[in-house]
Design a binder for this molecule. Structure first.
Ligand SMILES: [Zn+2]
Length: 163
């Protein structure tokens, strides 16, 4: 299903478009990190200017993303509530709005997804702060080790003196 805008068939008052585009419009690869099981919802007003369509309104969908920190997946409901796009019209040719909507919502996805961004079932990233903790632990152990050696050496010195 495609949302085609025909410059010649455009009512002077513009158009109101509301509905859902099927998941298939996302055309995501099976091995893509981004997955979705939700249609692309749209609620838009379209006006025709001299040589462009002005599209305003909101678009939304839910995506299944992989956290870049712990590699677990989480759901993000993404809504562009102030969607605003100008699409140039060339030679009065119809325009496939589907492609534009798809690209714009994919572009709005976070570049570095993190568990904390999930807004369907929020959770703390299990890997959050793990790296810091590891660092702290190892430096503590290092201190203990050095201390142990120092005391050990002192003990040996004392033993030597006593003998
Ligand atoms: Zn995570």
């Amino acid at each position: 299903m495609h949302l085609n805008l025909d410059p010649r068939g455009m009512p002077p008052d513009g158009l109101h478009l509301e509905g859902k585009l099927p998941i298939a419009v996302f055309d995501l690869n099976k091995d893509d990190n981004i997955k979705t099981n939700s249609p692309l919802n749209y609620c838009l007003d379209v006006q025709k200017d001299d040589d462009e369509f002005i599209v305003t309104g909101s678009i939304s969908s839910t995506f299944d993303l992989e956290c870049g920190r712990c590699a677990e997946r989480f759901l993000l409901h993404l809504e562009i509530a102030d969607y605003n796009q100008e699409i140039p019209i060339e030679n009065e040719q119809p325009i496939d709005l589907t492609t534009t909507l798809r690209e714009d919502i994919i572009l709005a996805l976070p570049t570095y997804p993190r568990c904390e961004m999930g807004n369907i079932s929020p959770r703390k990233c299990p890997a959050e702060g793990m790296f810091d903790q590891l660092q702290e632990q190892s430096s503590d152990e290092l201190h203990k080790d050095v201390d142990g050696k120092v005391w050990g050496a002192l003990d040996q010195l004392n033993n030597l003196k006593r003998n």
